[in-house]
Design a binder for this molecule. Structure first.
Ligand SMILES: *Cc1c(COP(=O)(O)O)cnc(C)c1O
Length: 410
């Protein structure tokens, strides 16, 4: 028989979202007809805006004509989309990029999951705790982490706890690390990073020859002008960081699929002989070998997010979600909950009452008021005692959930 990659067996069995589904299913089976409000999984709910749908339609029709048909496109993305990204997402921040520093893809989950392939198997990896599980699990699969320990950590990873005690601002790693995954605005805590702290991270990375993998999937939800939208707003960041962005949460593309990575030419890695290698070139080689580009109609749809009407429609959807976030945040803090996030991100991170565990609180909400959220401990050991509510629901569900949470006493 063929031997398998045994690193996969090191993955933790009770993965978060299947476990949530299992418990919800169990409840609905024994309580048929009871309405369950889901503020759990981080998926958008509003339909695609009309300008985007229209662009997708036109591009599909174009594909059905002999003059407009397109086969394989450039693996890195069409320049009509890359130009819009540079012009609208980066130029206003004072960040200049060339077209070949951007790689369009079918999602940031794939990008943040695949990027580890171009780094040495010996790389020391730091992640924040709690964390978006993709960063951890893909390094487990690759064999970089060792076994998981009793407290749920992997022995080979460096964890940077983010708790209310440190204001959800992780300390720098105490040991030397090669790669640091940072996500701001953060999933799951909904918190942000200040420009001065981000500057310290860039300085840290420079001093320690580390690379920062900066996931900015929630950049569009920032409303505070002082919160950095891109790591490249920080001087010198191009030498130590790459940035991941996605149309998923920004424009409702979770089912449509389009994202990109920015890898500056200044970013280098090193061989065991001490030779510098361009990370941009290495990723280009990897991307063009394993990926054949996002489909033309979808890239046209993504480009439509930058048209005048597209921008307005996308913004309106974000404002809708952020109004939800405000309703949740204000509503439940009035009821005595300690809440974090939800101001520049679509997630509210709350402290469970009476030091309840995250899963106990989950069960109470499900069984007593039929509201589903996400247990913080599912994102890492430091998430224990916390709970995530998502602002991506429908308004009426959000209002109902908040009032039901208010009716609970512990
Ligand atoms: C949703 C999300 C993404 C985006 O994933 P896609 O594959 O682009 O849909 C990336 N990073 C984080 C932290 C997310 O929550």
């Amino acid at each position: 028989m063929a031997k398998i990659n045994e690193n996969y067996l090191k993955l933790k069995a009770g993965y978060l979202f299947p476990e949530i589904s299992k418990r919800v299913k169990l409840f609905t089976e024994s309580n048929p007809g009871k309405k369950v409000i889901r503020l759990g999984i981080g998926d958008v709910t509003l339909p695609l805006p009309p300008s985007i749908v229209n662009a997708m339609k036109l591009a599909s029709e174009e594909m059905g004509t002999s003059s407009g048909f397109k086969g394989y496109g450039p693996e890195q993305g069409y320049s009509f989309l890359i130009e819009e990204i540079i012009k609208n997402d980066y130029k206003p921040l004072g960040v200049s990029l060339s077209q070949d520093e951007i790689f369009v893809s079918d999602g940031s989950k794939c990008d943040t999951g695949n990027i580890q392939e171009i780094f040495s198997i010996d790389s020391k990896i730091a992640v924040t705790d709690p964390v978006y599980p993709v960063y951890v699990d893909t390094n487990v699969m690759a064999g970089r982490t060792g076994e998981s320990t009793l407290d749920g950590r992997y022995s080979g990873l460096v964890y940077l706890p983010c708790t209310k005690e440190n204001g959800f601002q992780p300390d720098f790693p105490k040991e030397k690390v090669d790669l640091i995954y940072l996500c701001y605005p953060n999933n799951p805590t909904g918190t942000t990073i200040t420009k001065s702290r981000l500057k310290e991270w860039v300085e840290y990375a420079k001093k320690n020859n580390s690379i920062i993998l900066y996931d900015a999937a929630y950049e569009a939800f920032i409303s505070d002008p002082n919160v950095p939208r891109s790591i490249f707003e920080i001087e010198g960041a191009k030498e130590v960081a790459m940035e991941f962005r996605s149309f998923s949460k920004t424009a409702g593309f979770t089912g449509t699929r389009c994202a990109f990575i920015v890898i500056p030419k200044e970013l280098n890695g090193i061989t065991s002989n001490g030779d510098k290698v361009s990370i941009n070139q290495l990723w280009n080689r990897r991307h063009t070998t394993k990926f054949n580009g996002v489909s033309y109609p979808i890239q046209k749809a993504a480009a439509a997010c930058y048209s005048d009407s597209g921008k307005k429609e996308v913004r309106d959807n974000i404002l809708y979600y952020m109004e939800n976030a405000k309703i949740i945040r204000e509503g439940i803090s009035k009821n005595g909950y300690e809440v974090y996030g939800g101001v520049n991100a679509p997630y509210i991170w709350l402290k469970t009452p009476k030091s309840m565990t995250s899963w106990d609180f989950f069960d109470q909400l499900l069984n007593k008021i039929q509201v589903v959220g996400t247990p913080g401990s599912g994102f890492g050991p430091s998430g224990e005692g916390y709970f995530r509510l998502s602002a991506f629901g429908k308004r009426e569900d959000v209002i109902e959930a908040v009032s039901k949470i208010g009716s609970l006493s512990f």
